[in-house]
Design a protein around this ligand. Structure first.
Ligand code: GLA
Length: 430
């Protein structure tokens, strides 16, 4: 594949093999460009606007995180294997770009000068960051406002400024900041109001935003104190809304189907709800991996809902062990486009009748993405038109099945859905 860009702004250059833009632009503003990709099968082009300004994370982050697969047994080598596979298997071409190291990279003790040190599974963080950047990828890291992380590794308490500076020196582009050990501090506080939840995140925000890098700030405190209300105020780019996900249908419901009903209005460009990482492919939270226990239909529903909810899309399986089903699930450009839509709306639940849920997301071009989910334990016949009133639809102009990438007749509204299966459509209205 070869890449070209029309209207490339001054200060930027394109690597025409990797399709990676780099450089810097002096003036804030919107820069319209056309990207063209060509290979032996033909050529495609896409309009693209680069927005230079104060807000980062204008669309949900896409990438990989080590936790759901490797848990505390993560190593630099395992991280690099997944990063290399993200490139080799073409996932990077779909927009997956963050490679995030979760807990367990830290040493037992800080250096004598108080700076954070890595354990022997991570020999050189700066080299890891440099290598990721050379590949056109971004580098994510993990810490806690507490003395210790959830895995009992070193946290940042009392060293926030130093740690932000160290992350900058390593080229970090994403920080997941996990409450965990901060509970000890919080338990001892007299004032356990919202302000007490905000305080540790505000402190790190100040040091992070002082760094000369754009660092995605990801809050992880499981939704306490209604974080979706104040996450913007600490300039968080995303915030976890619930406890940890696991590979069960019940967990997918608890992380996204249930909370999404109320919290959808709080997401928007720069600030996203995060219902936790994807549980597809192989997971295990340790050296012992197994196939996700979600059925293939549940995985379609999981990914469809994350797309509709404009959720951060972090893959949690080892990418060197990806099977064809999972690659196809993760790399449907029309489904990803729902997640990455620049209007940045999160879907709302328009209908919930007899265990059929309909979620609807407004898109920048005036169309809508609509997901229909069978939450029942038995197969159901559904008719999309039964939900038009609830969705505010008078009549359809067009109907497209996004997983199949096929246009349907607007009268093709009747389907069978097996338990926990879904249909994902993009519609335009008359
Ligand atoms: C918490 C977080 C997880 C993961 C672990 C690491 O449980 O919610 O996502 O980061 O800590 O120890």
């Amino acid at each position: 594949m070869k890449f070209e860009v029309k209207n490339l702004p001054a200060g930027l250059s394109l690597d025409d093999e990797k399709g990676v833009l780099s450089g810097s632009i002096e003036e804030a503003g919107n820069y319209a460009m056309t990207f063209i990709a060509t290979n032996e099968y033909g050529s495609m082009s896409q309009e693209f606007t680069l927005k230079v300004g104060d807000i980062i994370g204008l669309t949900p982050a896409m990438g990989w995180n080590s936790w759901n697969c490797w848990g505390l047994s993560v190593s630099q080598e395992k991280v690099m294997q997944s990063a290399q596979s993200l490139l080799d298997k073409g996932l990077a071409d779909y927009g997956y770009s963050y490679i995030n190291v979760d807990d367990a990279w830290e040493a037992d003790e800080r250096n004598a000068d108080g700076t954070i040190a890595t354990n022997d599974r991570f020999p050189d963080m700066k080299a890891l960051g440099d290598w990721l950047h050379e590949q056109g990828l971004k580098f994510g890291i993990y810490s806690s406002p507490g003395e210790r992380t959830c895995g009992l590794y070193l946290g940042s308490l009392g060293h926030e400024k130093q740690d932000a500076e160290t992350y900058n020196s390593w080229g970090v582009d994403y920080l997941k900041y996990d409450w965990c050990g901060y509970s000890k501090v919080w338990d001892g506080l007299k004032d356990q109001t919202t302000a007490s939840y905000v305080r540790p995140y505000l402190l790190m925000e100040e040091y992070l935003r002082n760094q000369p890098r754009d660092i995605w700030y990801s809050l992880c405190q499981y939704g306490m104190g209604d974080v979706w209300i104040w996450g913007h105020a600490v300039d968080a780019n995303s915030w976890r809304t619930t406890g940890d996900i696991t590979d069960s249908w019940q967990s997918v419901c608890e992380c996204a189907f249930i909370p999404g009903v109320d919290i959808y209005p709080y997401a928007g460009p720069g600030h996203w709800n995060d219902p936790d990482m994807l549980v597809v492919g192989k997971v295990g939270w340790s050296d012992e991996l197994r196939d996700t226990r979600l059925t293939p239909d549940e995985q379609y529903s999981h990914f469809s809902l994350w797309a509709l909810q404009a959720s951060v899309l972090l893959i949690g399986c080892p990418l060197d062990q990806l099977d064809d089903f999972t690659i196809n699930l993760l790399c449907n450009n029309e489904v990803i486009a729902v997640n990455q839509d620049v209007l940045g709306k999160q879907a709302h639940r328009a209908a919930n009748v007899d265990g059929i849920q309909v979620w609807m997301k407004q898109m920048a071009d005036g169309s809508y993405a609509v997901g229909v989910f069978n939450m029942n334990e038995e197969e159901k016949d559904i008719n999309l038109s039964d939900y038009y009133d609830a969705c505010g639809i008078k009549s359809l102009k067009s109907l497209r099945d996004l997983w199949q990438q096929t246009d349907l007749k607007v009268s093709d509204t009747k389907y069978k859905l097996v338990p926990h299966a879904c249909k994902l459509f993009r519609i335009t209205l008359n």
